[in-house]
Every structure is written in structure tokens, then in C-alpha cells.
Design a protein around this ligand. Structure first.
Ligand SMILES: [Zn+2]
Length: 125
């Protein structure tokens, strides 16, 4: 599915998409205006479960491990990261992984979410 975008330069909606893979493994569509040729923006493509699971954490104490490895070794961390991270590449992949998570991992994570939710309630009280 491709998003509707217009060229900010000439307002044309004739957009050309080219696939581009970034160094961190994310796949994007590079949108260019067909009329004036200007670069418009990068649009990230859909992320598959496999892609999300094999994505390597670019930072933090589990840097270099895949999201799947972290989900198995330290699910608390993954659940915590999914809550506190700003919207972006990493958060999106954690969400995709969690949505399609194998059962042995998902048994642990909802419990952690409940704990986080109850801690947040404590703050509000
Ligand atoms: Zn244009």
C-alpha cells in the first residue's frame, strides 16, 4: 500500500517510488516528483514479522542482538523498551514482533505490561 503524497515544490501528485535499503537494514521507498524531479520524502515499507524479529538493536545494553534474541533472553527489557521508546524504526519493529510473537515469549510479556501499568497507576495516585 502506498501513501498519497504530493510534491511540496510543484504540488504534483505524480510520484515516482524507488526502493532503497539503508545501512541499518530498513527498507524505504524514495519518493520523487515525476514532474519536477525533486526528492519528496522517504516512506518506510511494511515490516514483516521475520524482518522485525531479525532486526538488531542499534543501542542499549542489548546492542547487536536481534529483537527475537532479546525477547527470549530479556523480555522485560523488550516490554520496557516498547513503552519508553520514541516512535521510530526500533519501536515499530518491537511492536511488529510483539504482535506476531511466538507463544513462549508472549506468555511473559503481557504480565510485564500489567506490572508497568500498575506502576504508572501508582505515579498518578
Ligand atoms: Zn514536483
Amino acid at each position: 500500500m502506498r501513501p498519497k503524497i504530493n510534491c511540496k515544490n510543484c504540488l504534483s501528485d505524480e510520484v515516482l517510488f524507488r526502493e532503497q535499503v539503508f545501512e541499518n537494514g530498513t527498507r524505504h521507498l524514495r519518493a520523487e516528483c515525476k514532474s519536477c524531479g525533486k526528492f519528496i520524502q522517504y516512506v518506510e515499507q511494511e515490516i514483516s514479522y521475520e524482518e522485525a524479529a531479525s532486526f538488531k538493536m542499534p543501542f542499549g545494553k542489548h546492542q547487536g542482538k536481534t529483537i527475537e534474541q532479546i525477547g527470549l533472553q530479556d523480555p522485560d527489557y523488550l516490554a520496557w523498551a516498547a513503552v519508553i521508546l520514541k516512535p521510530g524504526n526500533v519501536k515499530r519493529r518491537i511492536k511488529v514482533f510483539q504482535d506476531g510473537m511466538p507463544e513462549h515469549v508472549s506468555e511473559v510479556i503481557p504480565r510485564v505490561f500489567d506490572e508497568i501499568a500498575s506502576k504508572q497507576m501508582d505515579f498518578e495516585a
